[in-house]
Design a protein around this ligand. Structure first.
Ligand SMILES: Nc1ncnc2c1ncn2[C@@H]1O[C@H](COP(=O)(O)OP(=O)(O)OP(=O)(O)O)[C@@H](O)[C@H]1O
Length: 287
């Protein structure tokens, strides 16, 4: 299964919020990382066929989503959204079988995601947060998808429950596209990551390397904003509140390394095994 965005621009009411994104969903998990408002969910909605590109194409097995057989696509690509999306009036069993219409498969699916089948008659409010998230995952798995699109699947959960859900997700056969601002989660579930800033992919590459040795100052800022247990508080780099620049490099008003050259938009280029849109990538790598 191949899902690909090619030069995709997305927006609402004619106003673009994601610009010219090209990326493939490759094996081993793909992460979309970026702060709130960077366009992660918008891109995920387009990959689910829920939002049409203003320009560019999304292809599924080589066919434009606009003309691909939507029935096969809807089965192959399933969303795993936050547990709050469960219908409060539906029992666990009904929620899980909603897409597949196969009630007989429910007990096995519940066991697969670590839920006691005895909970089948409960409503969402009678479950813990972790149990609700398992229902959401079982519901997606019910149609045997090839790709799961996960939007912050663990962010509402406490750390120990989060760890168990991550274990469950790691063990599934389906490929995954994961949206998160949690770098530890993306490192665990995604071999490849794309960092979004202001609706643009600013850096792409192998997740581990990208986080250990960022080449874009925004990736560096994201990584250093993660408080480390027992470590120093994060150092504020640049002006963290500045709005994205509308011309040139969008990050330049926040960037501590910006130079006049950054007033012209950087083209993505290959540097140290990843793709990065920054005039100063070599300097960032040597930091
Ligand atoms: N339905 C909508 N109508 C108009 N603008 C929208 C809509 N949904 C999102 N936007 C805008 O699109 C931009 C990207 O939003 P998006 O939800 O994709 O970001 P995100 O990275 O997923 O953020 P978060 O992590 O907070 O979910 C934001 O500026 C947002 O205000």
């Amino acid at each position: 299964m191949i899902l690909r965005a090619d030069g995709v621009t997305l927006g609402y009411g004619g106003r673009p919020v994601v610009h010219d994104v090209t990326l493939d969903i490759t094996e081993g998990g793909v992460g979309l990382i970026g702060e709130s408002g960077s366009g992660k969910t918008t891109l995920a909605r387009a990959f689910l066929g829920l939002l049409r590109p203003m320009s560019g194409t999304i292809t599924f097995n080589g066919k434009d989503l606009r003309t691909a057989g939507m029935k096969a696509f809807r089965k192959a690509v399933q969303p795993v959204f936050q547990a709050e999306s469960l219908d409060p009036r539906m029992s666990v069993a009904r929620s899980i079988a909603e897409g597949s219409r196969d009630r007989a498969a429910v007990p096995a699916l519940m066991e697969q995601v670590g839920l006691d089948p005895a909970l089948a008659a409960r409503r969402p409010h009678q479950l813990s947060g972790g149990q609700r998230q398992r229902v959401v995952i079982a519901r997606a798995l019910a149609v045997r998808p090839e790709l799961l699109i996960l939007d912050e699947p663990t962010s509402a959960l406490d750390v120990t429950v989060q760890a168990r859900i991550l274990e469950l997700l790691e063990g599934l056969d389906a490929e995954r596209l994961l949206i998160t601002h949690n770098l530890a989660v993306v490192e665990r579930l995604c071999r490849t990551s794309h960092v979004l800033f202001a609706g643009r992919v600013v850096e792409s590459g192998p997740t581990g390397e990208l986080l250990r040795r960022p080449a874009h100052p925004y990736t560096l800022a994201l990584r250093d904003a993660v408080p480390r247990l027992g470590g120093q508080p994060p150092v504020a780099r640049g002006r963290t509140e500045a709005a994205p620049a509308s011309e040139g490099c969008p990050f330049r008003l926040r960037c501590p390394l910006a130079v006049p050259e950054c007033e012209s938009a950087p083209e993505p280029r290959e540097v140290a095994g990843r793709k990065v849109a920054c005039h100063r990538a070599e300097l960032v790598l040597s930091a």
